[in-house]
Design a protein. Structure first.
Ligand SMILES: [Zn+2]
Length: 339
């Protein structure tokens, strides 16, 4: 059952009694998906969006739908579109993450905050003038996600404070409520150095965050594609301890199934294969990558520019494997959106 939230930041979907997914709307200031789970005696929030404004709506919806002010919040990884709404859930909620994610919020995340504060006004002006000059509705629609991102930041930066988790774990953590249990399961080095998924064993639902993108090009450049494949395969074959799951809520895009996990496995392998072929043929220039067609299976996915970013990242990896003297570019925030 889907029902539209009153604002333009996200739409809510009830996955089963007491479990809701919030899907970010293009042009809004949520940017990533989030979840809310009625544990019975407490309400769990999974990720807090890009902005405090969007997070305030999530908090209010959670209270309205579950009858509780959220008492637990999970930060699945350190990327800003999943954690910059943290501040609205304190002091009532424990903010939970892996130890590594907390360190990343404090280090790379702090740099990201400073970088984005410096560029947001100019990026927003630039995007708005691009939209004004756009010739087609499709071009305007493609700019909406980015405009929502920077307009949301511009509005919220005066009060936005990066708020750190106060409760950390290493590999797994169970949250036992009076109504249901949530399993937090961490993976290393896949989408980022540390990514957490939330498994609801009684409901067959997994909140995958950015270990899954559905109908949306994933961003490979801040982790390890090989480790990401291992993580997805361990979920698919049951070795990660996730069994009988049927619905998988991604970090970006609509709810998926095991078919979508398998398709992401195929996508990562296809990107690796394409980049290896380009590398072997010496086609490593910007123009070579830009003229590479997106495989038909992914041609309609949102954010095609991530496909090209992924190829550049993989090519750079292969070059560094051969020539160790080449420095590996640090993964600091770019002047653009990175999910
Ligand atoms: Zn991410």
């Amino acid at each position: 059952m889907a029902f539209q939230n009153a604002t333009r930041n996200y739409s809510l979907d009830s996955l089963c009694d007491g479990v809701y997914a919030a899907f970010a709307s293009d042009g809004g200031a949520a940017i990533s998906n989030a979840g809310m789970v009625d544990l019975g005696d407490s309400t769990l929030i999974i990720d807090t969006f890009l902005t405090p404004s969007a997070a305030e709506e999530l908090r209010a919806d959670a209270q309205r739908l579950t009858g509780h002010i959220p008492g637990h919040v999970v930060n699945t990884h350190y990327h800003n579109d999943h954690i910059w709404g943290n501040q609205v859930f304190t002091p009532e909620a424990d903010l939970i993450s892996t130890i590594k994610t907390r360190v990343l919020i404090q280090t790379a995340g702090k740099e990201e905050y400073d970088d984005y504060r410096a560029i947001t006004s100019d990026r927003l002006k630039d995007l708005l003038s691009q939209k004004a000059a756009a010739q087609t509705e499709a071009q305007r629609a493609a700019l909406d996600l980015m405009i929502g991102y920077f307009a949301g930041l511009e509005r919220d930066f005066p009060r936005l404070r990066v708020t750190l988790p106060n409760l950390v774990f290493e590999n797994r953590m169970g949250l036992y409520g009076s109504r249901r249990r949530a399993e937090l399961i961490a993976f290393s080095g896949a989408h980022t150095s540390s990514d957490t998924v939330v498994f609801l064993p009684y409901d067959g639902i997994v909140f995958m965050s950015d270990l899954l993108f559905v109908g949306f090009h994933p961003y490979l450049g801040d982790g390890s594609p090989d480790r990401w494949l291992e993580a997805l395969n361990s979920i698919l074959d049951g070795t990660a301890g996730i069994e009988n799951a049927e619905r998988f809520v991604p970090g970006h895009g609509p709810t998926g199934t095991v078919t979508d996990l398998q398709q992401l496995v195929d996508y990562i392998r296809d990107c690796q294969h394409i980049a290896q072929t380009l590398y072997k043929e010496g086609k490593t220039s910007q123009a070579d990558v830009a003229s590479t067609p997106i495989p038909a299976a992914y041609a309609k996915w949102t954010m095609p520019r991530f496909f090209y970013a992924n190829l550049h990242f993989l090519l750079e990896k292969y070059q560094n494997m051969v020539n160790k003297s080449l420095p590996v570019k640090p993964n600091t925030a770019s002047n653009s959106f990175r999910p």
